[in-house]
Write a protein that binds this ligand. Structure first.
Ligand SMILES: *Cc1c(COP(=O)(O)O)cnc(C)c1O
Length: 396
């Protein structure tokens, strides 16, 4: 490699390391499961997004194997040319049915759904207004638009309304409000009912990212829109298969017309190879499983309540979470790192979340509960969190 470039890259990495911002990902030596093998060590997994334990579920594995036998290993093309199999269409139909809307468009990931759909929907002369804590894929999607961009304070409906008033005076062509459903750092839930009312009053459209709500909120884990009983009223419900659904892929659930528009205009849909049969079939199996039974969703919430209650009793500060995402606040970033490292040595895997993912004085470790955790797993983790929490002076 060019020597100058190599030296520059190295020094930038060293600068990141000096600020403790360098990622050195740990490695799973087997499936993502409640008890996993990570860097050769057996640990209780508290940092996967595998909320329902579907990533290693026997029905999903069976569906993937059957699809490989029938359809092969790959899709052969991008979706618009020769990569759309009937499996992709079946999945899109099922997503729409699950969400109670007309249709949906399946993308390769949640990231490419946001970074493709948002720039497709927003033209010059339009205005988008986005929660300040929205996911990076929304931020990147909005960077690609030619529309004016505005940010409102996190979940602050007074600020949103004030901005909508100002926007109205500008007489824009199209206005879109964009929000995460569940915010992944704190586990708090957007006031989508109030956002919907404001959108009605100010004649604008709503786009919600349900990445951490799918499989978690609402009956049968139908997501944030079902949680607020707003089925069919939100213009765009975007989501991902990489979290509770246990596979890969993103989607936007919407009307048939909007789907047709998005598939003609989203560069991240038009210009990338289609997911192969195994992943698509496993994704279908995940939705079918959820539609047939809410057993896993109920177990997820039982586990979550038990875990939060136990840690609360021990005196830990769990922030403002309303979901299985459970931050354990340390406020100090050094403490968050030490907490995570000591927990791993004790056999519990949870990551520190520090600046720039959260404000400098809001460091924490973030734990995420799964339906797959047994009571023994949770008790083991709670015991270790108590032990390490005392060692580093978080609780008495
Ligand atoms: C994870 C996540 C995404 C990205 O989804 P992928 O399918 O993993 O690319 C988008 N939005 C939010 C809020 C997320 O948490």
């Amino acid at each position: 490699m060019n020597e100058k470039l190599q030296a520059e890259l190295k020094s930038e990495l060293e600068a990141l390391d000096a600020q403790s911002l360098l990622w050195n990902p740990r490695t799973l030596n087997g499936p993502s499961a409640a008890q996993a093998q990570v860097d050769g060590k057996k640990v209780v997994m508290l940092c996967s997004n595998n909320y329902l334990g579907l990533a290693n579920h026997k029905l999903l594995k069976k569906a993937a194997i059957a699809a490989i036998k029938q359809y092969g290993a790959g899709s052969g093309s991008v979706r618009p040319i020769a990569g759309t199999m009937d499996l992709h269409l079946k999945l899109e139909e099922l997503i729409a049915k699950f969400k109670g809307v007309e249709d949906s468009l399946y993308y390769n990931s949640g990231f490419t759904a946001n970074s493709g759909a948002l720039p497709a929907l927003l033209r010059e002369g339009d205005i988008v207004i986005s929660d300040e804590l929205n996911h990076g894929s929304i931020i990147d999607g909005l960077r690609l638009t030619k529309s004016e961009r505005q940010i409102y304070k996190h979940c602050d409906m007074l600020d949103l309304e004030a901005k909508l008033k100002e926007i109205k005076a500008k007489n824009p062509k199209r206005v879109l409000i964009v929000t995460d459903g569940v915010f992944s750092m704190d586990g708090d839930v957007a006031p989508l009912d109030k956002i919907y009312q404001l959108a009605q009053s100010y004649d604008c459209a709503v786009y919600v990212d349900d990445a951490h709500g799918d499989g978690v909120l609402g009956e049968h884990g139908k997501g944030i829109v079902a949680h607020y009983h707003l089925e069919g009223k939100i213009d765009f419900e975007m989501g991902t298969f990489s979290k509770a659904f246990g596979t890969m892929g993103g989607y936007v659930a919407t009307t048939k017309t909007a789907k047709q528009y998005l598939l003609n205009k989203s560069r991240t849909w038009l210009l990338t190879g289609a997911h192969g049969p195994a992943n698509v079939a496993a994704s279908i199996a995940a939705i079918e499983l959820l539609m047939a039974s809410d057993k896993l969703v109920k177990k997820l919430w039982r586990n979550t309540k038990y875990f939060k209650k136990s840690l609360g009793k021990l005196g830990f500060d769990l922030g403002k979470s309303e979901t299985p995402i459970t931050p354990i606040m340390t406020y100090d970033s050094g403490k968050a790192r030490e907490f995570s490292k000591k927990l791993f040595d004790e056999g519990v895997y949870a990551l520190p979340i520090v600046f720039p993912m959260v404000a400098k004085d809001k460091a924490r470790i973030r734990t995420m509960i799964n339906a797959d955790h047994s009571k023994e797993d949770l008790d083991f983790a709670i015991g270790k969190i108590e032990k390490v929490g005392k060692e580093i002076g978080l609780v008495k």
